[in-house]
Design a protein around this ligand. Structure first.
Ligand SMILES: Cc1cc2nc3c(=O)[nH]c(=O)nc-3n(C[C@H](O)[C@H](O)[C@H](O)COP(=O)(O)O)c2cc1C
Length: 173
């Protein structure tokens, strides 16, 4: 016979801090999501992104509801995703810094406009995708932004990826 299960109504409330801490055990590639809106470049470091569909080619990125980037990407309707190489940890740190100036976020980060959409794409990235937003789904305190890939580049094909694990950046090798 199977063991009796705890009553879901009397179970202690879930410890959300413990859940958040446990997510640090997830190994993730680091990328920069970027867009251009009203003449300004906006960019943030992300690990909550993935490939969704091959045909059509869809990517998603989860953006926190308080991120300034969310307003910009919702208005712009197009965004870039640059998958970072291991020598780009300073870029990852900068673009994850809360309260950094809204103007000139990429002024010291080598980049160029994507030919399909004009969104900034980072030099030195393993892969750089240009996407047009096809859907935005609120999910808890984030918005899942889905986009169709309309442009692709490999600025640093063959380089090693930047990886995030247990609150630190790592190289694979
Ligand atoms: C390694 C790492 C991964 C992150 N991943 C995400 C993410 O997937 N989505 C997100 O909204 N914020 C993520 N953040 C936090 C944003 O990079 C950070 O809040 C940024 O400063 C937001 O900038 P903004 O307010 O100018 O948009 C991450 C931060 C770090 C350090």
């Amino acid at each position: 016979m199977s063991e009796p299960q705890p009553d879901p109504l009397t179970r202690a409330p879930l410890d959300l801090d413990a859940v958040a801490a446990a997510t640090e055990e997830v190994t993730a590639g680091v990328a920069v999501a970027s867009t251009r809106w009203r003449g300004l470049d906006h960019a943030i470091t992300v690990t909550s992104y993935t490939w969704v569909s091959r045909d059509p080619a869809l990517l998603l990125v989860c953006v926190h509801e308080d991120a300034r980037f969310l307003d910009a990407v919702e208005q712009a309707g197009a965004w870039g995703l640059s998958v970072l190489a291991q020598d780009q940890r300073a870029v990852a740190g900068w673009l994850a810094t809360p309260g950094r100036p809204a103007v000139g976020q990429l002024s010291r980060v080598p980049h160029r406009p994507g030919p399909a959409t004009g969104v900034p794409l980072l030099d030195g990235a393993l892969a750089a995708f240009e996407c047009r937003t096809t859907a935005a789904h609120p999910a808890g305190d984030h918005v899942v932004v889905v986009g169709e890939v309309v442009g692709l580049d490999h600025p640093a094909a063959g380089a090693d990826p930047l990886v995030r694990f247990r609150r630190s950046y790592h190289a694979l090798a």
